[in-house]
Write a protein that binds this ligand. Sequence first.
Ligand code: ADP
Length: 517
Amino acid sequence: MEASLRKLYLLILAIIILPSLIFVVYELGTIRESEKIIEDIYTNQLDAVLYSINQYAEDVVSGWANRISNEQNTNDELQETLSSILVEMPSVSLIYQFDSLFNQISFSSLKDSTNIHLQQIELMLGATEISIGRLITYFKNGYRKIEALDLDDGSQLLLFVSSFRGNQIINALNIDSKEFINTVLDPKLQEIAGERFFITAYFGAEGQMIYSSDKQHIPESVTHKKTFWVLDDYYLGIEMRDKTISDLAWERSKKDLMIIGVVELVLLLGVWIIFRNVKKQMELAQMKSDFVSNVSHEIRTPLALISMYIESLERGMAKTPEKINEYYGIIMQETQRLTSIVNKILNFSQLESGKRKFSFQNTNLNELAENVVASFKVNLENQKFQWNIEQANDPVEIVADKEAITDAVVNLVDNAIKYSAEKKKINIKVGMGEDKAFIEISDSGIGISKSEQKHIFDKFYRVTDRNLAHKAKGSGVGLSIVKQIVEAHEGSISIKSKPGVGTSFRLEFPLIKKQIP
Ligand code: ADP
């Protein structure tokens, strides 16, 4: 049975637990993947935000270029127009306008003296990949490209093409990028950041912060960065206000993990319930099969004795009248034993199927106890038992089926005899409390361990771990019969037992207050 249970256990494990475990491992693997996907989605979103900021910077400068072009084309005073526009362009300190051959068209500066000259611009352009010809070609094709040149003083020169009276001219704007970000772009950056993001700007390889959309709260670290438009060495950063990207991804994964955990628990609980039920059914099947073999064995022994003594009598082997009487006595005793076994089984089967009819009448437990002990007298004497009945002084009257209660007490006395070893002592006590009558059958036998006490009232259950209990004949239905009879009388059965010390069963019944006619 243990081996088949183990097999069943392994089978359940293989069929249900293993696939679900594989599933969990797989899910855990994919959680990392989905975390990555979610991270990618957020990263792309942040990228899009940064892209829109760069686009806005481009739009601002394109707006300036359009304004310069519009106003200069409608106004003859080139220099003056440029100066008046320059005043309205924050962060721009100087504008040069020249043609593709570096001939100056106009020049305007906010400072009195400037250390940038056309020749210098020409030289610097020569040292970079920026080509005036290419900017003009782009412009002719409808795209105004803006390029930036780094100057020694840390400022930048923005270069773009505008049209002037049908020709393309080059504009060079000297801007202070830090100021450009903090004054020109700031309102837009604030708007985009809103309640959700921190937007920051940095300069140089060390990442010195030169701008934050939230002046009070500067984020400790920014996980997402991008180069700032055409401004070399400037970077834009973005971070979520409440949670980082990995926080968000982990939140999703946590939910998934919790669902998987709950599913696993439900699955394990289901497996446990199935396993327990199957185990119970297997144990019951085993007990039933033991029952059949125990009963067969119990019936076979008296039958063998009866037939042996009858045969001896037939053959005239008993010569003296005493011997003949002795043989008859044995045959009688074994027949009674057989009858009691068959009755016990019939009793059990009737109780189990609910067919047992009880006929209730006033019953005195004092008398009943005395009668049962009397029926065991010869048996007790033969086996050298000491016994004692403690009767109550007054009659202990209950409403009961006398025969059924007798059966119950007989079963208990029978067990007390069967499960007593060296110390052969039996005590039967009858008494009453306020509204309860009781009969207690105690022995000084082998006792029953606490763990077994839970099961002994189950049908077919037998204790098999100790020698005597194992050897003693029985069917495992005795205590189940007692319990069912007691409960049919609205009574209860309780046990006090200690291995090696003894056992005491107590049956309690409601006392009658008024007589039954
Ligand atoms: P059985 O036919 O085996 O006696 P019962 O239902 O009467 O079946 O009892 C169930 C089990 O309880 C027995 O197998 C025995 O191990 C244990 N038991 C019952 N009565 C006693 C007792 N007085 N002392 C020790 N063990 C007992």
